[in-house]
Design a protein around this ligand. Sequence first.
Ligand SMILES: [Zn+2]
Length: 333
Amino acid sequence: MPIITGRDEVLAVYAEAARRGWVIPCLCSENLTTTEAILTAAEDFARDTGYTRIPVCLAITNQYDHRSQSVYYTHTRRWDIGLALFRASIEILAPVFPAVDILIHLDHAQYDHDAGLLAGDLGAYSSVMFDASALPLEENIRLTRAFVEQRGGELLIEGACDEIVDATGEQRCEITDADKCERYVRETGVDLVVANLGTEHRASGQDLHYHDEAARAIRERIGPRICLHGTSSVSQDQLGRLFEDGICKVNIWTALERDSAPALTCWTVKNVARCAGPATEQRLIDEGCLTPASRTGAAASLEHFTTTARQEIIFREMKRIARSYLDLWYRPA
Ligand SMILES: [Zn+2]
């Protein structure tokens, strides 16, 4: 039921997860459907497995170039409104999910664009990722340390020690070595660290490979305090062994959206007439997008043409995907 905030309380959730050998899924959301799918998956998991309480982390990015999720949380496209709606929706929903210890994470907070947000009231968040990874390492360490000194007493802070190297003219970066990661954690005082382990997070296109040996080398130095981003590129086999690699939290977003889209697409195509009326079905046949054999001539129906109907398909798929991570990482005692 509760939203867990306050540094000591949040640390206690991570300590308990580590004791169980659990990796906490940190699932990003940019709309209410996603938020509810994640919470429902967690509540269902607790009910099905008999746990009275399980943690799940809900996250959102703000003015992050790659994806500004708070902006998408509202059609006003205002991040301040989006963040407020995200937090309010969780606060209102929390009592409906009594078995879920909810952690709220502000992901990829930018040292420059989000400076105002980071200097304000962060009391609603369980943790913040302070992201200065676009800067050279020394500058990143200096700014991250300053943020930890200011706010580290209030909440958990995640830092990113990977460095974007621009040696080839394309943005690219190197796998983080254990020396560098240990130094970054020691000098900044962050609780959790994002390293470049070869996943989709920093790289793009081909050549994606999760370097579990690099993660284990880091674990040897700092313990299970690594936060993994970009899991879409990690093999199923490797996903199951993340805790052994020193990963305590995994930030996920792309898979939720990418892997729920096919279900909605197929459902819409197979129900064109019910979703959009027989005239639209005929037009698509005339345009060659559908075959004449697919004609149903069915009437449009409320069960198909509403926004609610489409959201329900996405909700179910996202719930299934979120559940799959819980099944994978929350091992029975
Ligand atoms: Zn990320």
